[in-house]
Design a protein around this ligand. Structure first.
Ligand SMILES: Cc1cc2nc3c(=O)[nH]c(=O)nc-3n(C[C@H](O)[C@H](O)[C@H](O)COP(=O)(O)OP(=O)(O)OC[C@H]3O[C@@H](n4cnc5c(N)ncnc54)[C@H](O)[C@@H]3O)c2cc1C
Length: 382
């Protein structure tokens, strides 16, 4: 870490007159900053990001615009009331509409190709449980989405997609997919157009809420004072907020080289959602498998995990693309922010500091909404 003192000029020109600093430039931080400028265009808003780009989950995810697979909802119903489960579904659905309205379908490359859940022979019992609930879920979730038939068994598509060892498919028709990179670059562009200042390489190490505003201390020992702060660092929250009920969860992701004749289209959940894959640019993007090495993946270190990577390649070659030669083009990892419940934390933690964290792996769906709520709380509007 290079140490350099903050010059008088730097302090006076870049940091002296800020009204709000948002820490973290993921989907939540950017949506919050844009909303702050929409609520009050005169505000001086800065986003302080530690990476050269937003490097957490928002530029590294799978781009599923999803709001609820059937096994996930059935599992949620074992420890949540039906009203609470439907509230989460509604929040995701509303969040997706907010994202689409804010960024625009063209900039997102939004495509409603559907979300699928795959079931193997060993999962026949859980598939039958889902099948029995389809009518009920279609009525209740139909009221939220306005779609007459959200869930549908589509086993006949298995042959078209060419999967092996999969017995059933349940389609969620109004789910879609976005191009994650385009989404984030459009959000960055929008924030800059609104007059948000974005600073990269800005690692916040500590903060103190005082009667004169919030003192932010950076890794290179700069100290800047800002009247209000919104912390949007999701899976990295423990480093700044040791008491926050959030833990990091790393995910391994691969992308294949283009696969000639690939027929797979849509977003797919496999093995209770622990594995997920989709088509993009004639390739397969595949990730997950955290359940194979749960403790080791509770980290915000971006390293790989050979055990999980091997399992992902095996799944790719034997189940997803058994009839095509496939080659992995590249790997990356991303960091989720999870907790004991699937509810984000949007709270004021001291007079001038608000947090909007713990997106629980559904930030594409709810990130915009959570950022906007965080912005409103920062300005005491809710
Ligand atoms: C592999 C993967 C696949 C996913 N797939 C999907 C999906 O298909 N659909 C879906 O809805 N969700 C998905 N998610 C979840 C979704 O990406 C996240 O919920 C969402 O991006 C979280 O956004 P965020 O802004 O809260 O956090 P992040 O995007 O993690 O942003 C936090 C930012 O804070 C910065 N930061 C951290 N600490 C500091 C500090 N001290 N000082 C300054 N900056 C700091 C980080 O560099 C980072 O850029 C996936 C996540 C992963 C990892």
């Amino acid at each position: 870490m290079i140490q350099y003192d903050l010059s008088y000029w730097e302090h006076e020109s870049f940091f002296k007159n800020l009204d709000v600093a948002v820490i973290g430039s993921g989907i939540v931080g950017l949506a919050a900053a844009i909303h702050l400028k929409t609520l009050d265009p005169a505000l001086q808003v800065a986003v302080l990001e530690r990476g050269p780009l937003p490097i957490g989950a928002s530029t590294r995810n799978a781009g599923f615009a999803c709001f609820g697979s059937m096994t996930e909802l059935l599992d949620d119903l074992t420890h949540m009331s039906e009203d609470d489960v439907l509230t989460v579904v509604e929040k995701r659905w509303r969040g997706l509409q907010r994202l689409r309205a804010l960024v625009g379908d063209t900039h997102l490359d939004f495509q409603m190709l559907g979300g699928y859940e795959m079931f193997t022979e060993a999962e026949e019992a859980i598939f039958q449980q889902c099948r029995e609930r389809i009518h009920d879920f279609n009525q209740k979730i139909g009221r939220i989405t306005g779609h007459p038939e959200v869930y549908k068994v589509v086993d006949e598509r298995l042959q078209r997609f060419g999967f092996r060892g999969v017995k059933h498919l349940i389609l969620n028709q109004p789910e879609g997919q976005v191009h994650t990179g385009k989404m984030m670059s459009a959000l960055l562009k929008k924030a800059i157009e609104k007059g948000v200042h974005i600073f990269n390489g800005f690692i916040i190490k500590d903060f103190h809420d005082t009667s004169q505003g919030v003192e932010l201390e950076t890794e290179s020992s700069w100290m800047i004072r800002v009247p209000k702060v919104l912390i949007a660092v999701n899976g990295f929250a423990k480093r700044l907020l040791p008491l926050a009920d959030v833990y990091p969860a790393r995910n391994q992701v691969l992308i294949t080289k283009p696969i000639p004749g690939l027929a797979v289209e849509g977003c797919f959940h496999y093995d209770r959602g622990y594995f997920y894959f989709r088509n993009i640019d004639g390739r397969i993007l595949l990730g997950g498998g955290r359940n194979l090495d749960m403790e080791k993946e509770k980290t915000d270190d971006f390293g790989g995990n050979e055990l999980i990577r091997k399992a992902l390649v095996e799944l790719l070659e034997t189940v997803i693309c058994p009839d095509h030669p496939v080659e992995v083009d590249s790997w990356w990892t991303g960091i989720l922010g999870l907790g004991p419940v699937k509810k984000p934390i949007v709270e004021r933690i001291s007079p001038n500091v608000t947090v909007a964290i713990r997106l629980s792996g559904m930030g594409v769906a709810i990130g915009t909404l959570v950022g906007q709520e965080g912005a409103e709380l920062t300005l005491n509007k809710i």
